[in-house]
Design a protein around this ligand. Structure first.
Ligand SMILES: [Zn+2]
Length: 306
């Protein structure tokens, strides 16, 4: 790997003159990538990393190594590790921020108010998470909310639009409104396709009702030179079978069913993601006619084998 700069500010050259910046994350997978796309009027920065306390300094260091200025910032989706430092980077560069219209709507709804933690907790509780895990799950959510400094009032774009010659392509599933960039056989895929891990496909309080279904359709439609989409489709097929096998006549919550799917040894923060992923897989099984959803008298969402 050819790198420019020290290990904390790696800029790796890729095909087509693209640069890849590796930015730190305090939780797994430990880092996130930002892509810098060259253009006639300057760089397009795709995704901004988490809004860590040193995000402004870190970006100053990265931009100091570039020959051209930043012409625009593009956010693929509203997760903290992608949109988190958008306000910092916009302030630093004066460049306009572009974000998908649906994605920005979810971004604002999710991050503009601390009351959101109440909505998320109510949803987790209804999905069977015991009260004993509330404090730790809320703390995790609050930490990430503080590290999410999205840029207000971005320029809104949609799938099919073009940005400096790149076509914007819908990539739902991991985030309903995620957009990828495609040009000359190069795809900047956000979190839609990841090389070694399977992107989290979670059901959340007001995500689309069947995000895994959306994801599998989008993967099947993707031009797939590396075969990664096919691997991910197979991965989810196996996970759906594993979850279906864990169902019986008993009514169980997504929290209960996250144990056979993800094992017992998870932190509260990881369990929170496990519950959302189990729920997205259960909703897919319901639509496949392999599971039945019900609500108990005290408001718990439960599933059983059909
Ligand atoms: Zn993401």
């Amino acid at each position: 790997m050819t790198t420019l700069g020290d290990s904390t500010q790696v800029l790796e050259p890729l095909a087509g003159g693209i640069l890849r910046a590796t930015l730190p994350m305090p939780s797994r997978p430990g880092h996130v990538h930002s892509y810098l796309l060259p253009g006639a009027d300057g760089w397009t920065v795709v995704d901004t990393g988490l809004g860590l306390p040193d995000a402004l300094d870190r970006w100053s260091g990265i931009l100091g190594r570039l020959d051209l200025s930043v012409a625009r910032i593009f956010v693929t989706h509203f997760h903290p590790d992608h949109v988190g430092a958008a306000a910092d980077l916009a302030e630093l560069t004066g460049a306009p921020v572009y974000q998908g219209a649906l994605d920005y709507e979810q971004c604002e709804r999710t991050w503009h108010s601390s009351a959101r933690q109440d909505v998320t907790w109510a949803w987790l509780r209804d999905n069977g998470v015991p009260a004993g895990e509330e404090a730790e799950m809320r703390t995790f959510g609050e930490q990430y909310q503080r590290m999410t400094r999205y840029a207000p009032d971005p320029l809104l774009v949609e799938a099919g639009d073009r940005l400096d010659g790149w076509e914007l392509v819908a990539a739902p599933g991991h985030a309903d409104g995620q957009l990828m960039l495609f040009k000359d056989g190069l795809l900047v895929a956000g979190d839609h396709l990841l090389p070694r891990i399977s992107p989290a496909i979670g059901l959340w309080p007001d995500s689309n009702p069947d995000p895994l279904g959306d994801y599998l359709v989008a993967l099947a439609e993707l031009p797939d030179p590396l075969g990664r989409a096919a691997e991910l489709i197979e991965h989810h097929r196996a996970r759906l079978d594993q979850l279906a096998a864990a169902l019986d006549g008993e009514r169980r919550t997504p929290y209960d069913l996250s144990f056979p799917l993800f094992g017992p040894e998870l932190t509260a923060a990881a369990r929170r993601f496990a519950v959302t992923e189990t729920a997205s897989h259960l909703e897919r099984l319901v639509r496949d006619g392999r599971a039945e959803r019900d609500t108990t008298g005290d408001g718990l969402i439960v599933y059983r084998r059909v």
